[in-house]
Design a protein around this ligand. Structure first.
Ligand SMILES: Nc1ncnc2c1ncn2[C@@H]1O[C@H](COP(=O)(O)OP(=O)(O)O)[C@@H](O)[C@H]1O
Ligand SMILES: Cc1ncc(COP(=O)(O)OP(=O)(O)O)c(N)n1
Length: 544
């Protein structure tokens, strides 16, 4: 729960060099800040002729030009965060150091850029000492392993333990947090860790399989500016690094789709907004959803789904993939890609009030009303999926789920609403219903299954979190306990597992274009879930 829809965009200044191919330096910073919902500002320290294959030349403008840029920003804009990247030379470092001392932003992240991974120095050798002298201005520094070794005055770490030891030494020497990054380690994993001065154990550790791509140009710049943006909003270093990493891993996964340059190409900073351009219908659906969203109001909440009667249609190997260990599944990738949306859902006033039990009854009933109408389309979508299902077990599962929506969840809603006549469906409810019917009816089983999966998985996830919260505040007498119990029910969780498994299986034999369409469908369904959670009766009716 690190973002709120109504929070203003943090103003984040990048002080960095250029990259005309747009993958590293100030261009990467501005894209990453925007990707995290911030407003990016830029002061250029050096004009670098470089591309995805290496650095060709560096031109450093006179420091008066740098000073004038810094002053122009400081005189006009109140900054929420500063990210410092390439500085290059002693005069530049000293100018930026003096400016940081005078203009203390709430969040300062320094990426001590020394060498481009593709080849080429970005810091003059005699400037290393000057760089060390300004690191105390940083709240966090983000060296890669070769840079960490220079700061620790040791050989480049070859194991994660060595890297952590160097991180501790550097944190103690400079009195600041260090993000130790495992991107340059050999091997299949890319661990990162947040190390803080005076503590033996890392404050946070992050794991993850290495994304198989050579397009990693600018990962360090992108990560540091993205996390500065998130922390400016939340103040939470460990959580902010986690959020930025999740986004960066999505950007790495989508990097091969960009085709920029012939060397180590850039990551796809805006991978998470591809739906906006790939699918024109999304623009109108998302627009309608945005129109309906009113920050600070509560309106709708989690919905129950088709949970077939115990055992119905569950493949024998339904839980097998989880038991098989840590190999990454296609659905893991989908889930990670949508982490920022999950965070937005978790932070919605409706969702928090539902867990606390403080949600107004009228708001809840309006949600149930919309949900009833959604469920009608949803049960039809599940039936369409059953018709398209590749095997008997999966067909039975989705057919039973379609029936269970009609007999189970809709009945629960009806009981809550009594005999009230329904409100008209909102634009968001209609957009979501139309989307599901189109994907399951027209696009084949794989894409259709990816489209309905968020409806299972997000509710299983949110339901579990809210039930925990409800127990914290007092389950006895909680006004929504019966409703929340639906989601923490093991049958519901296991139905989610089966739906996931169906998507993983379909992805395993799908061609790249279909897999991409599955990703889009899952992502868009997550966004529509967010819009559904965020809509209110007042906004749907056009009331101020
Ligand atoms: N192939 C990859 N797969 C997943 N994460 C990666 C990959 N390469 C780098 N990263 C991550 O990108 C971030 C920047 O890493 P690193 O390559 O160490 O820094 P730099 O770009 O400054 O050289 C780190 O979070 C690292 O774990
Ligand atoms: C102008 C500029 N600044 C920094 C870098 C290095 O970027 P980084 O994110 O560390 O990525 P790699 O170059 O290591 O892939 C740069 N190249 N240019």
């Amino acid at each position: 729960m690190t973002t709120t829809p109504s929070a203003p965009a943090p103003r984040v200044l990048s002080i960095a060099g250029t990259d005309p191919t747009g993958g590293a330096g100030h261009a990467a910073d501005l894209k990453s800040i925007a990707a995290m919902g911030g407003y990016g500002l830029s002061v250029v320290t050096a004009v670098v002729a470089q591309n995805t294959q290496g650095v060709v030349a560096v031109h450093t403008p006179p420091v008066e030009v740098l000073q004038a840029q810094l002053d122009a920003v400081a005189q006009d804009v109140e900054l929420d965060a500063v990210k410092v990247g390439m500085l290059g030379s002693v005069p530049v470092i000293e100018t930026v150091g003096r400016w940081l001392a005078e203009h203390r932003a709430p969040v300062v992240v320094v990426d001590p850029v020394m060498v481009a991974t593709a080849g080429g120095r970005l810091l003059e050798p005699e400037a290393e000492h000057a760089l060390r002298r300004i690191l105390h201005h940083a709240d966090l520094i983000t060296p890669n392993l070769p840079e960490l070794a220079v700061l620790a005055e040791r050989p480049v770490a070859r194991t994660w333990d060595e890297a952590l030891a160097q991180g501790r030494a550097v944190a103690d020497t400079f009195g600041t947090r260090v993000l130790v990054k495992g991107g340059h380690l050999a091997g299949e994993s890319t661990p990162d860790a947040l190390v803080v001065p005076g503590r033996q154990e890392p404050a946070a550790q992050y794991g993850g399989a290495r994304v198989a791509t050579r397009n990693t140009h600018g990962t360090g710049c992108s990560l540091s500016s993205a996390l500065a943006t998130v922390v400016a909003r939340t103040g939470d270093w460990a959580g902010g690094i986690g959020t930025a990493r999740t986004w960066l891993r999505g950007a790495l996964r989508a990097a091969d789709s960009l085709h920029v340059g012939h060397g180590n190409g850039p990551v796809h900073h805006m991978h998470h907004v591809q739906d906006l351009v790939a699918d024109p219908a999304f623009v109108s659906a998302a627009g309608a959803a945005d129109d309906d969203a009113a920050p600070g109001r509560s309106g709708v909440g989690p919905r129950a789904h088709g949970v077939p009667a115990a055992g119905a249609g569950q493949p024998a190997d339904a839980r097998e993939a989880d038991a098989r260990g840590t190999a990454e599944r296609f659905t893991d990738e989908l889930w990670e890609d949508c982490a920022p949306i999950r965070e937005e859902i978790a932070a919605l006033p409706f969702v928090t009030a539902l867990g606390d039990g403080t949600l107004e009854r009228a708001a809840f009933e309006w949600y149930l009303d919309q949900d009833m109408q959604y469920l009608e389309a949803y049960s039809r979508a599940l039936a369409l999926l059953a018709a398209a299902a590749p095997g008997e077990e999966i067909r039975e599962f989705f057919a039973a789920a379609a029936a269970a929506v009609v007999t189970g969840e809709s009945a629960l809603h009806r009981a809550r609403l009594g005999g009230r006549s329904p409100e008209p469906p909102s634009a968001t409810t209609s957009a979501y219903a139309d989307f599901l019917l189109a994907r399951t009816g027209q696009d084949g089983f794989a894409v259709g299954a990816a489209a309905v999966l968020p409806c299972y998985w997000l509710y299983a996830h949110v339901g579990t979190e809210l039930t925990r919260r409800a127990h914290d505040v007092g389950w006895e007498g909680h006004p929504f306990a019966d409703w929340l119990a639906t989601y923490s029910d093991p049958d519901f969780q296991s139905a989610t597992d089966v739906a996931r498994r169906a998507v993983d299986r379909a992805a395993a034999t799908a061609d790249p274009a279909t897999r991409e369409a599955m990703r889009r469908a899952f992502r868009r369904a997550c966004r529509l879930e967010l819009a559904f959670f965020a809509q209110t009766a007042d906004d749907a009716a056009g009331r101020p």
